[in-house]
Ligand binder design. Structure first.
Ligand code: ADP
Ligand code: ASP
Ligand code: MG
Length: 451
């Protein structure tokens, strides 16, 4: 059974990080590792900026982005090969960069950037990082191979946010990937990217390499999916927001999925699903501190706390819809949700009262259209720039007083909405976006920092 090792952008950000990642892969060679890499840190952002600049006719700005991307890869190649990278590698990197330059010229000429072109451009980040890493790894450890993820990661054609076609992924992975995996050799492939039925390059959405890793792990029946990143696992809250947050040793699939969906960037929100279906443990580990703490995510967890972790996501908008007649009037909610369904807008939190219902939608939801469609049958108020703060824990459902304690900790803030998830492991509040980080810290202090 193979092992999937995914290294995120910061874990392959320069030569030193790549060396460290390679060393970890080398140690794992007996487990037939499939190495899934992100683009080198900051590269995907630069590709997006460059493509948009080119489309807007600012070719100089676009070229400047390419130069930086080029310099990052060339510097790393020099660092990895003691100043003298093999000529084929330099040529391969240069070739990919020149191709990008031609694409950017095309964008400038057409003044157009379709989601399909954007995917073809964004994918170059992962194609570059894996080309470099595979060349380096081959030099260290003879038996290894670069593999194009697009030949197995079949998706639909929703460019920018493609959905995997799991049946095809499984069949293709068994046919094309599995025979190449064996103890003693490493296969190096890209996260984030795939291809649709016509062969067009697609991407799974920002941060999607985690998802690639678990999709491929599930397709291959891996014994573990390792997410190597820049923190020692999933913490009780984003350590950048709550400096006293601590890594959690064990999380259930449901807790991890909930935390990811409510803003814990350490995992892409869809990562857990394939792992759940195949019952494969996912571990989250620190690339530069491999002997440190880490998190294991599996079917059940033995955590003792009522609240396992906190997360926050925003901005979101809150819509409060008040029926001119009674809410209980048959069909009102059906009619209301039909509007969101028709507009393809997903609703996150819902709280109902006698004559009104409040719900949250993403900041990019088409508010004007939603309000116009609701207006004929109900009054709709919109509160913008709000954020969700979520408390997540398998034991929430069996612990009394969590909501009371949470609300007490949130006294300084105006809580506009409170919602207990139907799965009973998520208690969410909505506050003004500018207060979300302070609210999260107040909750963290209450639930995790008292001795
Ligand atoms: P990668 O490039 O490896 O995919 P990301 O930047 O996507 O890494 O994710 C790691 C980051 O996620 C951390 O640096 C941390 O700031 C953030 N993060 C958010 N919530 C959490 C959490 N609960 N636990 C750990 N890290 C978190
Ligand atoms: N490189 C992609 C991004 O930055 C995917 C990933 O890193 O997971 O979004
Ligand atoms: Mg990530």
């Amino acid at each position: 059974m193979p092992l999937v090792m995914k290294f995120g952008g910061s874990s392959v950000a320069d030569a030193a990080c790549m060396r460290q990642a390679a060393q970890l892969v080398e140690q794992a060679l007996p487990h037939a590792p499939l190495v899934v890499l992100s683009a080198m840190g900051k590269t995907t952002d630069a590709l997006f900026r460059g493509a948009r600049a080119a489309r807007d006719g600012r070719l100089d700005a676009a070229r400047a982005e390419l130069e930086q991307i080029g310099a990052r890869h060339v510097d790393a190649a020099r660092g990895l090969f003691d100043g003298a990278p093999p000529a084929e590698l330099e040529q391969a990197l240069r070739g990919r960069l020149e191709e990008l330059e031609r694409i950017f010229q095309g964008l400038a000429l057409l003044a157009e950037l379709s989601p399909r072109s954007m995917d073809a451009i964004a994918a170059r980040g992962e194609l570059l990082s894996t080309t470099l890493f595979a060349a380096y790894f081959r030099q260290r450890s003879a038996d290894s191979e670069w593999f194009d993820a697009r030949s197995v990661l079949r998706t639909d054609s929703a460019h920018g946010a493609a959905q995997p076609r799991m049946e095809s992924v499984r069949a293709l992975a068994l046919e094309r990937l599995a025979p190449r995996l064996a103890p003693g050799r490493a296969l190096v492939t890209q996260g984030y990217i795939g291809a649709d039925e016509t062969g067009a390059t697609t991407t799974l959405g920002r941060g999607g390499s985690d998802w690639s890793a678990s999709l491929l792990g599930a397709a291959l029946g891996a014994h573990e999916v390792q997410i190597w990143t820049d923190v020692e696992g999933v913490y009780t809250a984003d350590p950048r927001l709550a400096p006293r947050a601590e890594p959690i040793a064990e999380l259930s699939f449901a807790e991890a999925a909930e935390l990811a969906a409510f803003g814990a960037k350490v995992l892409h929100p869809a990562t857990i699903q394939p792992a759940v279906e195949a019952n494969i443990p996912v571990t989250v580990r620190h690339t530069l501190r491999p002997a440190g703490r880490f998190t294991t995510i599996r079917g059940t967890s033995r955590g003792a706390r009522s609240v396992t972790a906190l997360a926050t996501r925003g901005p979101v908008h809150v819509l409060t819809v008040t029926s001119s007649r009674m809410l209980a009037q048959a069909g009102f909610l059906a009619r209301l949700f039909e509007v969101f369904g028709d507009e393809g807008v997903s609703v996150d939190l819902v709280a109902t009262a006698e004559v009104s219902v409040s719900l949250t939608v993403e900041a990019d939801a088409p508010l004007e259209r939603l309000v116009a469609r609701i207006a004929p049958f109900a009054r709709c108020e919109v509160a913008r720039e709000r954020a969700i703060v979520a408390l997540v824990g398998e034991r929430l459902r069996e612990t009394r007083g969590v909501a009371a304690a949470a609300l007490a900790a949130l006294t300084p803030f105006h809580v506009e909405m409170l919602s207990m998830g139907a799965n009973e492991i998520n208690l969410s509040v909505v506050v003004k976006a500018e207060q979300a980080h302070d609210a999260l810290r107040a909750l963290h202090a209450r639930f995790f920092e008292s001795a």
